[in-house]
Design a protein around this ligand. Sequence first.
Ligand code: FMN
Length: 188
Amino acid sequence: MAKKTIRYSDYFAQTMERMRQDGLLLVTADAAGKPNVMTIGWGAIGSIWGRPTFIVLVRPSRYTYSRLEELGEFTVNVPPRELAAAANLCGTVSGRDHDKFQEAGLSLIPGRQVRPPAIAECVVHYECRTLHRNDVAAEALVQAVRDDCYPSGDFHRVYFGEIVAAYADEDAARRLHEPAGALRTMGP
Ligand SMILES: Cc1cc2nc3c(=O)[nH]c(=O)nc-3n(C[C@H](O)[C@H](O)[C@H](O)COP(=O)(O)O)c2cc1C
């Protein structure tokens, strides 16, 4: 399946929906080029500093964290529903002691603008280069979120990645079950 360049906002609604459902696949690499993948359920696409941006939150305990600190580049890949089991695997075991690509049956395609690869079986891809990083500040966070999300500390580091390339399968809209560009309205 050919992957065509898209505008970074073309699949906004579908990307957010898939993140909420099974999660997205965040791929990093070390300086030697060895890739790793983990599932993310929290993140945002936006325009910051006049640049298209993908924000991801990664806890320091993740293997992915050390990769992001080393290279500062990543790809975010949107899995179709058929990859739900793969997303679950990538979100429950660590690349420290697993080859998740092999175990989840995922194959790699080279990044176009960044060193980490993308995942062939996913249907929308964002390539990102970190512009800024900071840590969730415990003292500035409402107590309810602290209690819900950080009972043991391990506060996320927030990575603001400039989207330097975005592309999708030609049939991505059909495979993600919603028309490209459609924004879901808030409501019950
Ligand atoms: C649906 C789902 C969403 C997740 N979202 C995040 C996230 O946004 N940030 C994070 O740090 N961990 C998240 N995790 C946990 C990591 O994916 C998990 O700890 C993973 O095994 C880390 O892999 P690594 O050690 O190879 O980096 C999520 C897990 C699942 C199953």
